[in-house]
Design a protein around this ligand. Structure first.
Ligand code: S3P
Length: 432
């Protein structure tokens, strides 16, 4: 995260209008960076994520022997052709849980010793969830009280059949990345189908991956080959704008080349259920990822309300903060359950959403695994504590658009973790 803490003043808006082409999806960019780092040949990625998190993935593979160059706004990664070089220095994953967990999967079968470190927030996040399956495969991994720093002593791996106890695409991907280098065929089963970018990226880089409704399998000993790709626009970044536009009758917002992978696009269904008009056209397949144009218009009578629970909560995990933040402006409110994972993200997102909604004058009830945000409320401007969490800073910038009075977002620099352009683009589409 940028070292200098900054604040942003958000004034109420009258309307949201315009068209946006967003930087590349964070989840896909991480996977392409890590696999491109290991593959043979030069991978060329256009529209790579501009967030600091994906820069951490690039810096890590560079420290492991891949070469990174920027050419005509694309990122070029000349991979280590299957063999990383153990660096003398720790690998700095910054704020990025995705980098730390997925890179651990890639490193376990490599020769040498590797240490992975992160910032204060990342050093509090649970890492046992990757140590457990990777250790079952034969990996030698040491954690520090369940957290980073992580030390990995490369070792030969054997395939496993693993069921993820909590839905997590990062854990699934870490096991598949290890499975790529293990002896035998590794299978990961999940009760809720999480985002499948890991599987799709492995296929894009030439690995054969077999899928059933609730499992993914990969045979070890496969080699990866460089790709050329344009990363689809990030739908989790679009979420802030989609929710903002859904709040203003008369709004009209269009997204070009947006990632619409079905395991990521649940927000569009939720907004439709809330009454927003969502149009999708020009769908295309890029390396297995769906990309298309999306148009959103708010309903004249305002958004209704909904409950998000079960599998939906896992699929919407990154969008829940902004959905909760607009809850007071819906007619019947937003109820969230089965989302305990929110407590172990970059911050405790349940606690911070509740505290910041209250700061804006909202009534909200906090549960261990979710929130009840009643509808029909009027919020006032307030000072928002983002807790250094990018999604909290952006979610409350959206809530601020419909509040009375100005809102000050503290820790606004954290938006750059996933979406450095956020405030500029918000200004561009906001009418005051
Ligand atoms: C991600 C998976 C999710 C998500 C994170 C990105 C990924 O985390 O919250 O922002 O790219 O696989 P978990 O796997 O911990 O649920």
């Amino acid at each position: 995260m940028p070292a200098v803490a900054t604040e942003r003043l958000i004034q109420p808006a009258r309307n949201i209008q315009g068209s946006l082409r967003l930087p590349g999806d964070k989840s896909i960019s991480h996977r392409y960076a890590l696999l491109g780092g290991l593959a043979k040949g030069t991978t060329r990625l256009a529209n790579f994520s501009t967030g600091a998190d994906c820069a951490s993935s690039l810096a890590c593979v560079a420290a492991l022997g891949a070469q990174i160059a920027r050419k005509d706004e694309a990122v070029e990664i000349t991979g280590a052709a299957g063999r990383f070089t153990a660096p003398d220095q720790p690998l700095d994953c910054g704020n990025s849980g995705s980098t730390m967990r997925m890179l651990s999967g890639l490193l376990t079968a490599q020769s040498g010793d590797f240490t992975l470190v992160g910032d204060a927030s990342l050093s509090r996040r649970p890492m046992e969830r990757i140590r457990k399956p990777l250790t079952q495969m034969g990996a030698r991994i040491e954690l520090t009280d369940g957290h980073a720093p992580i030390t990995i002593h490369g070792a030969p791996l054997t395939a496993i059949d693993y069921t993820t106890p909590t839905p997590s695409a990062q854990v699934k991907t870490a096991v598949l990345f290890a499975g790529l280098q293990a002896q035998g065929t590794t299978k990961v089963r999940e009760a809720v189908r999480t985002r499948d970018h890991g599987e799709l990226a492995l296929r894009a880089f030439g690995a054969s991956v077999t899928r059933s409704l609730d499992s993914v399998s990969i045979a070890g000993g496969q080699h990866l080959h460089a790709i050329e790709a344009t990363v689809p626009g990030d739908i989790s970044s679009a979420a802030f704008f989609l929710c903002a536009a859904a709040l203003f009758p008369g709004s009209n917002l269009i997204f070009d080349a947006l990632g619409l992978n079905p395991t990521r696009a649940t927000l569009l269904d939720v907004l439709t259920a809330l009454g927003a008009h969502i149009g999708v056209l020009n769908l295309e397949d890029k390396h297995g990822e769906l990309v298309g144009v999306v148009q959103v218009n708010a309903p004249p009578q305002g958004l209704t309300g909904t409950t998000i629970s079960g599998a939906l909560s896992a699929q919407l995990i990154d969008e829940l903060p902004v959905l909760a933040a607009i809850g007071p402006y819906t007619q019947h409110g937003i109820r969230i359950r089965d989302a305990k994972e929110l407590r172990v993200k970059e911050s405790d997102r349940i606690a911070l959403v509740a505290a910041n909604l209250r700061a804006m004058g909202a009534e909200v009830e906090e549960f261990d695994d979710g929130l009840d945000v009643p509808g029909g409320q009027t919020l006032h401007g307030a000072e928002i504590d983002s807790g250094g969490d990018h999604r909290i800073a952006m979610a409350f910038s959206v809530a601020a658009l419909r509040a009375t009075g100005d809102t000050l977002i503290r820790g606004a620099e954290s938006a750059a973790i996933s979406f450095p352009e956020f405030f500029d683009l918000l200004d561009r589409v906001t009418e005051r």
